[in-house]
Ligand binder design. Structure first.
Ligand code: HGY
Ligand code: MN
Ligand code: MN
Length: 415
């Protein structure tokens, strides 16, 4: 097989189709943490990694890590990768593209019989989205030594705790701390990912370089009122939890619209008891707030929290505000951004830097060392949706850019 970028890009697209068919549900793509479906996807990628000359291992949270040795005596390692778990009704490329492009670059090295002055490890992370347990980055947190054992008691929608899910997946919860990666040999981490936004398409650019990743805060907000008969309780005597939550949800949108770059989303809501003839007694909703400026994000959260309590007081609804997870914003490492820029220019494209509103495993991998990300144009900027798509020609550009980045890193400071 020729190993020019277009051929490799065709292989990446074929493999993305194969992974896109590995789902927990037949009608839509969903692949959650610690499920047999995720294991099937990991096993599939493990085969491709082995074919590319990589030694493959798995850790106890379910990450898959392929390693391609450097030249004899190489002492450093560069981490590449992304995630294989998905959101619900997902697209095929959010996560898998980064893993497959990284494997393609190793494949090209192997076919050329080449080794770099450092080793390459490609990580397929087991849980970036947090769909099952609502805490993003479970996989990369273990690699970075940031896994919080309290997560083990989290319960999914089927009442299965994380520790039970892990055990049935074949992981050893007591070994998670030992799976943390020593950072002494790391040159850094670089992730290729679809942009999940409209900027590159508007600029007619195939790739862009990520300048930074917006901080994000996730909450669970619970509204407790009083259930009652929909036909007999007069409106003035009601403590309707859903009406209180609805007032808050429209406020979330209104506040987010007040600041450029601020986004706030209520993506999940559960109503109890959930009968059409019963006044809702309890509502639980998710809240996701993001901005590149941590101060503005924190100020917004304080404002929304105070307004939730005020709505609750006025409506005699008990409001509880639970923090699920918070990550500060991250600036990508300038030295790696510069190398990526040279790699982009070497392919004949202008450098365009842009921030990421989406979170990525790179946020956590920054605990271990310098990180960089390369964005790939995606059609209409659509993501977290089955219409998510990339052009094979743009994937070919990403492969060539990453390959050039690997070479430049190998030549950097006389490695
Ligand atoms: O939610 C995010 O930003 C990412 O897709 N996990
Ligand atoms: Mn992603
Ligand atoms: Mn995502």
């Amino acid at each position: 097989m020729a190993y020019d970028a277009m051929t490799l890009a065709d292989v990446v697209m074929e493999r993305a189709e194969i992974l896109g068919a590995i789902s927990e549900e037949p009608q839509l793509l969903v692949r959650r943490f610690a499920t047999p479906t995720l294991r099937q996807a990991m096993d599939t990628v493990a085969g491709w990694m082995s074919d590319a000359g990589m030694n493959v291992r798995r850790d106890n949270i379910g990450n898959l890590i392929g390693r391609y040795e450097g030249v004899l005596g190489a002492t450093k390692t560069l981490l590449l990768g992304s995630h294989l778990d998905t959101v619900r009704d997902a697209g095929k490329y959010d996560g898998p593209l980064g893993v497959l492009v990284a494997v393609a670059c190793v494949e090209r090295l192997q076919q050329a019989g080449r080794r770099l002055p450092y080793a390459i490890e490609v990580a397929a992370f087991a849980d970036e989205e947090g769909l099952r347990y609502h805490t993003a980055y479970l996989g990369s947190n273990v690699v970075a030594g940031r896994f919080d054992p309290a997560y083990l008691t989290l319960v999914d929608d089927d009442g299965i705790t994380l520790i039970e899910a892990l055990r049935s997946y074949g992981g050893d919860p007591s070994a998670l701390a030992a799976d943390a990666r020593d950072s002494a040999d790391l040159l850094g981490y670089c992730e290729v990912h679809i942009e999940q936004g409209p900027v590159l398409e508007a600029l007619d650019l195939p790739v862009g370089i990520v300048s930074g990743i917006a901080g994000q805060s996730r909450f669970t907000v619970t509204w407790r009122g009083m259930a009652g008969h929909a036909g007999t309780v007069p409106m003035r005597l009601r403590r309707d939890a859903l009406c209180a939550a609805a007032e808050f949800i429209t406020l979330v949108e209104q506040v987010a619209r007040e600041h450029a770059g601020l986004v706030a989303t209520v993506g999940q809501i559960a109503v109890q008891p959930g009968a059409s003839n019963v006044i809702p007694g309890q509502v639980t909703l998710s809240l996701d707030v993001r901005h590149l400026d941590d101060g503005l994000r924190e100020q917004t959260i304080g404002q929304l929290h105070a307004q939730a309590l005020s709505i609750g007081e006025r409506r005699q609804i008990d409001v509880t505000w639970g923090v699920v997870q918070e990550h500060g914003s991250l600036l990508c490492a300038r030295e790696l951004v510069a190398l990526l820029g040279r790699a982009v220019q070497a392919q004949g494209y202008p450098i365009h830097e842009l921030p990421s509103g989406a979170g990525h495993d790179a946020v956590v991998m920054a605990e271990l060392g310098p990180v960089a990300m390369l964005f790939v144009r995606c059609k209409d900027g659509v993501s977290h949706h089955p219409a998510e798509s990339v052009a094979v020609a743009d994937v070919a550009v990403a492969i060539d850019v990453l390959q050039e980045f690997l070479e430049l890193l190998g030549r950097a400071d006389g490695r």
